[in-house]
Design a protein around this ligand. Structure first.
Ligand SMILES: *Cc1c(COP(=O)(O)O)cnc(C)c1O
Length: 422
């Protein structure tokens, strides 16, 4: 579909947008007295206005009840993680028992790998995407070493073919098959942070399981960006953060998914803490760890109440808007962005969009691989009130987020890029 690339047309699209009111629920930074055009929700989502009150409520609860806040008030702290479960399960397509909010993302990645990366001399490899987010690369490398293996031999990276920017699903599946029963774990991002490519998580899961490996996903750039069906797709585990598309604030808590098939597996090795212990016995303070059923059995500590309260306020918005509705708008916003960028670029080739053109292989992010004027373009946009994201050496990432970005935002970005190029 072709959009009309005018301000009037963009405003008309905003008028017809059934989700337009959600924009009002967010706080926008200001630039020269006006709200910025914020296309950086893939890095840090904007602040939902409701979070301030949610935090104040917990401060009041603490002030009023002290330690009794664990048992009193509207949301006693003792059970706080449970208040997030139903919404989290809906968001990622899981059963409630399969999800828990805890810790931060990289911590959870390690906790999951403690259980699901169990290398043996014959089966010790990890198949992952080349160019994964650095924290994931370091986590894999250190896990491999921790078990006494050599990352050079144990880590198998799937890279794009020469002259290509993104991975072909067939190549991912083929490499998993080629390494066969030497693969202990297949570990992929959901959406690659750099290219914006959304992988076929179901096919990757099937291929991993076919060779007898465990399968895990880092959904940092997928959760809140795309509808997911984790239970049906069937990976063994997944982890994600809440401060990117999920708008829960800097350093916000992480979500973890453990598939139902591992729900009642007390024999699975894990790093345990008291909050993962059977809650009926948690306060008996006895020896002998007995995990909770399901994902809750991987918890270590009692909930970080302020971070969880912010996350809950944000999840309420996702629940009200609906991830499927958000995806519908997201497809339109991103297609519009793609069009205005291509029209601005024309035949000048200041940049090339390396994100897949197929909408089913991407979320809302578009990544522009620029020539040596890229940083100047990025700075020009910033001077004109557009917040995007710069990745060395020469990529600009734009993420029009359906909860709070408008077609007018996107149109404006196209205008500025065009003006810079001309
Ligand atoms: C943002 C991101 C992280 C960040 O990890 P933290 O532990 O939350 O700091 C890790 N992995 C991926 C893929 C990310 O996109």
């Amino acid at each position: 579909m072709q959009y009309e690339n005018t301000l009037t047309a963009a405003r008309a699209l905003d008028q017809q947008d059934p989700l337009r009111a959600y924009r009002e629920q967010f706080v926008f930074p200001m630039h020269s007295g006006e709200q910025v055009r914020y296309l950086c929700g893939n890095s840090l989502g904007l602040q939902p206005k409701t979070i301030r009150q949610a935090l104040l409520n917990e401060l009041d609860q603490w002030a009023e009840h002290g330690v009794e806040g664990h048992f009193r008030g509207e949301l006693p702290w003792m059970h706080y993680h449970k208040y997030l479960t139903a919404q989290t399960a809906r968001l990622v397509g899981a059963l409630p028992q399969e999800v828990v909010v805890m810790n931060t993302l990289t911590v959870n990645l390690h906790l999951m790998m403690a259980s699901f990366y169990r290398p043996t001399p014959a089966r010790f490899k990890i198949v992952m995407e080349a160019g994964a987010f650095p924290s994931d690369q370091y986590a894999m490398e250190s896990q491999v070493r921790w078990h006494g293996f050599d990352p050079e031999q144990a880590i198998v990276e799937v890279a794009p073919r020469a002259g290509e920017d993104i991975l072909r699903t067939e190549d991912i599946l083929q490499i998993i098959e080629n390494h066969g029963d030497s693969v202990a774990l297949v570990m992929f991002g959901g959406v690659n942070y750099y290219t914006g490519q959304f992988y076929d998580l179901q096919k990757i899961t099937l291929a991993g399981h076919r060779v007898g490996a465990k399968v895990g996903f880092d959904l940092a750039h997928a959760a809140g960006n795309l509808p997911l069906q984790l239970h049906d797709w069937g990976p063994d585990f997944a982890v994600w953060c809440s401060y990117k598309y999920l708008n829960s604030g800097p350093g916000g808590p992480s979500g973890a998914f453990v598939h139902e098939r591992h729900a009642n597996s007390p024999e699975l090795p894990r790093f345990a803490g008291w909050w993962g212990h059977d809650e009926k016995e948690r306060f008996k303070m006895k020896k002998g760890f007995r995990p909770m059923l399901g994902a809750e059995g991987w918890q270590l500590s009692n909930a970080q109440i302020f971070a969880f309260a912010a996350h809950k306020a944000s999840l309420d918005i996702f629940d009200a808007a609906g991830i499927e509705n958000l995806r519908t708008k997201s497809l339109q916003l991103t297609a519009f962005l793609e069009q205005v960028l291509q029209e601005a670029n024309g035949d000048r080739n200041l940049f090339r969009i390396i994100t897949p053109t197929d909408p089913s292989q991407r979320g809302c992010q578009l990544s522009l691989l620029t020539d040596d004027r890229g940083k100047a373009l990025f700075d020009y946009l910033a001077e004109n009130g557009v917040i995007a994201d710069w990745r060395e050496p020469n990529v600009i990432r734009f993420a029009p987020v359906p909860l709070y970005n408008s077609f007018e935002d996107v149109w404006q970005v196209g205008q500025l890029v065009g003006r810079f190029i001309r």
